[in-house]
Write a protein that binds this ligand. Structure first.
Ligand code: AGP
Length: 610
């Protein structure tokens, strides 16, 4: 996720900005830069890559950077690949005004078209530069008023800091959907996207809320609503440790990332479900004809991303009537696969760097498939080698065990399935019904995440188990696999996921009173009613059943030893809610075992070897 730091005070800004950016590195980034007021104008220095690249540029520059006013940014690319030009800060045309921005300007294309028509030129591919020029368009000497007028034209999210050379001791800040906080020090003021960037200089802060704006000038912060009605908000004193701050106050990145899924679900859907329920996926627009002609879809992935692909198989085959094959990337690439005409291959990958997945995509492409990708990391190798695709917009996933990426991947696959359906059947009632249900998912996910008492009880009961079974049918079968993988990789307890009906073909021999069996029964379509008899087979052999059911569903009450409930949703969206208790269960079991959930033994976040 991008990082913001700004400083106005009496000390040289450069070392403070660099130190703040270092504190933000944990959020993940692919380029960085700073802008300094330097007497007769603004100097911008920015570079792709790690902070060390920026520091090298500053020392090459050699200029004595004595300025006491400046801003800094670490970019995690969303629009425009990582490079020096797309890095922030961004000048508006003429280089009198400069801006750093976290978030996504959804209507940046329309705004850019308007600005180009008004004579503005652009250097980068970013939505941020569009906002910088829009502010300049409205600037008539009052920076706060110009920023306000521009933001009223913006759709999307932002956390921004703006400087103009005519106001050398001022900066304007504004927030909508992307955190921004002002730190009040002794004769100096900091601005940041994250407390970690300023907490060693000041712990007295003012948080901005959405649709608020403010101006820092001469040691003061003046705070307003967008209609310029004043806001009087007391400073908050921060007691968190730095490490707690980096994890958002949570004990582990994994837990933070589990808990931020209501937000990441919103971010993944943002701007992609239009008011009428139709789907807009910018990264696939160039390939709509090939998608319309697609006769076969291939998902190539590993681990959790493979499980997301399995959910996608059910979705696309039911919603679009196109055959789907989900392949372990490592097997696919050496199998001499047959790729018929009109095959579309999607590599699914959080990191975008998994070598098996990359090589599988290359293999599919070499055999004539259209190579697309569903990736979280913008500008990653898989993103660059595919000819199009869909970004997750889930923000960097730091915990080795993949959680928010899975739910964002499944969300993207729902959107792709709906897009393919709408190409073939038009915008019908089922599409509208599903998109309406998708809009309710963040609130329903919040309800699951807010009440973990039962999950914690179950974790306490079974954290000493040696084995676990996860059973599911239909779209919950891949969730069973994912739940088992989560438990394995962070608690080191052996766990297997199975199609529930498969038990009687052998694995049922494993069942005894020491084998906890997690049965995913969170929807009651016909196929899923059979889960009751599968569960009876387990209970008849003294297996201990933990059932996951939909609120109000009492069918498992007499069968399960323990029951967890999730809110109802459309049956094809159940995986997006059913996975949450399983993520939490694995986290709490590992926590009870005193293990390191963020860095499990033997594992790497991105497997770039074969
Ligand atoms: C999942 O929790 C694991 N970290 C692992 O299975 C991961 O999903 C797999 O290595 C694929 O990574 P990718 O999504 O970055 O390609």
């Amino acid at each position: 996720m991008c990082g913001i730091i700004g400083y106005i005070g009496h000390r040289p800004a450069t070392p403070l900005l660099l130190d703040g950016l270092r504190r933000l590195e944990y959020r993940g980034y692919d380029s960085s830069g700073i802008a300094l007021m330097n007497g007769d104008g603004i100097k911008v220095m920015k570079r792709k890559g790690r902070l060390a690249e920026l520091e090298a540029l500053l020392s090459e520059d050699g200029q004595k950077l004595e300025s006491t006013v400046g801003i800094g940014h670490t970019r995690w690319a969303t629009h425009g690949v990582p490079n020096d030009i797309n890095a922030h800060p961004h000048f508006a045309m003429g280089e009198d005004l400069v801006l750093i921005h976290n978030g996504i300007i959804e209507n940046f294309s329309e705004l850019k078209e308007y600005l180009v028509g008004s004579g503005y030129s652009f250097q980068s591919d970013t939505d941020t530069e569009v906002l910088a020029n829009l502010i300049l368009e409205f600037y008539e000497g009052d920076l706060l008023a110009a920023v306000t007028r521009a933001l009223l034209r913006v759709e999307g999210t932002y956390g921004i800091v703006v400087m103009h050379k005519n106001h050398p001791r001022s900066m304007v800040v504004a927030r909508k959907g992307s955190p921004l906080v002002v730190g009040v020090g002794k004769d100096e003021i900091f601005v940041a996207s994250d407390l970690a960037a300023m907490v060693e200089h000041t712990r007295d802060v003012i948080f901005l809320d959405d649709n608020e704006i403010g101006i820092v000038e001469d040691g003061e912060f003046n705070h307003f609503n967008l209609d310029h009605s004043p806001i009087k908000r007391k400073t908050t004193h921060i007691d968190f440790s730095l490490e707690q701050i980096e994890k958002g106050g949570y004990s582990h990145f994994m837990y933070k990332e589990i808990m931020e899924q209501p937000q990441t679900l919103m971010d993944t859907m943002r701007g992609r479900i239009l008011d009428d329920g139709s789907i807009k996926l910018g990264g696939l627009i160039q390939h709509m004809d090939e998608l319309a002609k697609a006769e076969r879809i291939l998902f190539l992935a590993c681990g959790t991303s493979y499980h997301a692909g399995l959910v996608g198989e059910y979705l696309i085959e039911e919603l679009a009537g196109i055959p789907v094959e989900v392949e372990y990337a490592s097997e696919f690439r050496y199998r001499k696969p047959v790729i018929p005409p009109n095959t579309v291959a999607f590599a699914i990958s959080q990191s975008g760097e998994t070598l098996d997945t990359l090589e599988a995509l290359r293999e599919a492409q070499s055999r004539g498939a259209l190579a697309l990708a569903v990736v979280n990391s913008v500008g990653s190798t898989i993103a660059r080698e595919s000819v199009g695709g869909v970004y997750l917009h889930a923000g960097p996933e730091i915990g080795v065990a993949s959680t928010k990426a899975f739910t964002s991947q499944v969300t993207v696959l729902v959107l792709i399935a709906l897009l393919l359906r709408q190409q073939r059947m038009g915008l019908d009632e089922m599409s509208v019904e599903i998109t309406q249900a998708m809009r309710q998912l963040p609130e329903k996910a919040t309800r699951i995440l807010e009440d973990q008492s039962q999950i914690l009880d179950i974790a306490k009961m079974f954290c000493r188990a040696s084995n676990f079974l996860y059973l599911g049918r239909g779209t919950q079968y891949p969730v069973a696999l994912e739940g088992a993988l989560k438990l394995k990789e962070i608690s080191y307890i052996h766990a297997e996921g199975y199609p529930a009906a498969e038990m009687k073909h052998g694995p049922i021999a494993l069942i005894d009173r020491n084998m906890p069996v997690f049965v995913l029964a969170a929807e009651n379509s016909t196929s899923n009613r059979k889960i009751l008899s599968n569960t009876q087979e387990v209970r008849a052999r003294d297996g201990v059943v933990i059932a996951l059911v939909t609120e109000g569903d009492t069918r498992m009450d007499d069968l399960a030893n323990h029951t967890l409930y999730i809110p109802t949703t459309h049956r094809l969206l159940v995986p997006l809610l059913a996975v949450l208790p399983l993520q939490l269960l694995s986290y709490h079991v590992a926590d009870l075992l005193g293990l390191d959930m963020d860095k499990p033994r033997n594992l790497a976040k991105s497997v770039t070897v074969e």
